[in-house]
Design a binder for this molecule. Structure first.
Ligand SMILES: [Zn+2]
Length: 400
């Protein structure tokens, strides 16, 4: 639906649309376990009876259902994120969007919260081939637990998550969870209560992200834009407008760091494409041009009765007091101050123990161009797509 709206607004004309090379199972095992990936490859609704034990072990079947084409689905969204990261590494783009990605809950050997493969983690691993430090920011209403866990003990990846906390899935993301060993102070969690509105969200998001940029100085950013933090979401309980949500994208963009923009949750179906289409416009700096009246599109009837891009927020109570927000913000800024600021021109002044010398991390990071995961070599697009002019426009886009 998002893609169709992006196409019908004409936004695709202002960007390059690429079809990434499909990743191999091996590329997914850079993070996930071999047996979990093998299981995802073979499981289908027809043979579930033969895999009772593994379904349980890998947490597949209930919240994370088996459906026809499950592995293909995983491969497609993961290819978009890894391929997008590879394109950033190649300087083929300054911002890459994959609205199909952002499945932040998946664990090494376990599906969780509708997420099977953690494309965020795999994309970050791809970016680490080139960049010393990668920043992950998560504005989904749920805690970005899978990504945090993957990088909990490294100082090469900082994870920053703003989420509803307290009797809410997945239950993690306390302000006191700050990382471990080398990763201590490199996991940042802002736990929130119901009813966050645009103004209060920005009052914490902007100062925290500014301080993160100042002290961590990432070479690349992955921004997970789960749309379940919007007002009126079926599972969410925040009160953000599309513009308020997108202001976070705009703010991160303003730092001019190579950025991979991913989707994520979002359970009031019609609002998800609204949000991500507007955010596509923000990425393109077209937010003042894009009209509130929706263009005719394949899903037009979903957007009634107003057929507009933006949505009204509700009058729900904001259970986050100014005092609570300021206190928590202060706690996080104090954590960030403990990180040695990275000079804008990298000078190796630090000793062996300095945080300026990032330690290796316990996952496989291949050299650029050697793996099967990304678009490492110059002709990567040719391998993924019969067109050879570099610029990819799907037939469907031209027809719309
Ligand atoms: Zn979510």
């Amino acid at each position: 639906m998002t893609h169709n709206l992006v196409v019908n607004y004409g936004l695709y004309k202002r960007m390059d649309v690429f079809r990434p090379r499909l990743v191999s199972p091996t590329a997914m095992t850079r993070f996930h376990s071999d047996d979990y990936i093998n299981f995802l490859k073979v499981i289908s609704p027809d043979n579930m009876g033969d895999y009772t034990r593994q379904l349980q072990r890998f947490n597949v079947g209930e919240d994370c259902p088996v459906f026809d084409g499950l592995y293909e689905f995983c491969m497609l969204y993961t290819s978009g994120s890894i391929g997008g990261a590879a394109r950033l590494n190649d300087n083929g783009a300054d911002i890459v969007i994959n609205w199909a990605g952002g499945l932040h809950h998946a664990k090494k050997a376990e599906a969780s919260g509708f997420c099977y493969i953690n494309d965020c983690v795999l994309a970050i691993l791809e970016l680490l081939k080139k960049h010393e430090r990668v920043l992950y920011i998560d504005i989904d209403i749920h805690h970005g637990d899978g990504v945090e866990e993957a990088f909990y003990s490294t100082n090469r990846v900082m994870t920053v998550s703003f989420h509803k906390f307290g009797e809410y899935f997945p239950g993690t993301g306390d302000v006191l969870d700050i990382g471990y060993a080398d990763g201590k102070n490199y996991a940042i969690n802002f736990p929130l209560n119901d009813g966050m509105n645009d103004e209060t969200y920005h009052s914490v998001f902007k100062p925290v992200i500014s301080k993160v940029m100042e002290h961590f100085c990432p070479g690349a950013v992955v921004l997970q834009c789960g749309a379940d933090s919007l007002s009126g979401d079926r599972l969410g309980c925040f009160n953000l407008s599309v513009k308020g949500h997108a202001e976070c994208v705009s703010f991160v963009r303003s730092f001019n760091i190579p950025m991979l923009v991913l989707g994520g949750g979002g359970y009031t179906l019609r609002n998800v494409p609204r949000c991500w289409t507007y955010e596509t416009a923000v990425v393109l700096n077209e937010q003042n041009v894009i009209k509130d009246d929706l263009p005719y599109n394949d899903y037009y009837e979903y957007f009634g009765p107003d057929y507009s891009l933006h949505l009204p927020v509700s009058n729900m109570e904001n259970l986050n007091s100014t005092d609570y927000l300021n206190r928590t913000k202060g706690q996080l800024l104090d954590i960030l101050k403990q990180i040695e600021p990275v000079p804008s021109v990298q000078i190796q002044t630090g000793g062996v123990e300095s945080q300026l010398n990032p330690r290796p991390i316990a996952m496989e990071i291949d050299e650029i161009g050697k793996d099967e995961g990304g678009n490492g070599s110059a002709d990567a697009d040719k391998r993924s797509d019969e067109r050879t002019d570099g610029r990819k426009e799907h037939a469907a886009e031209m027809a719309s």
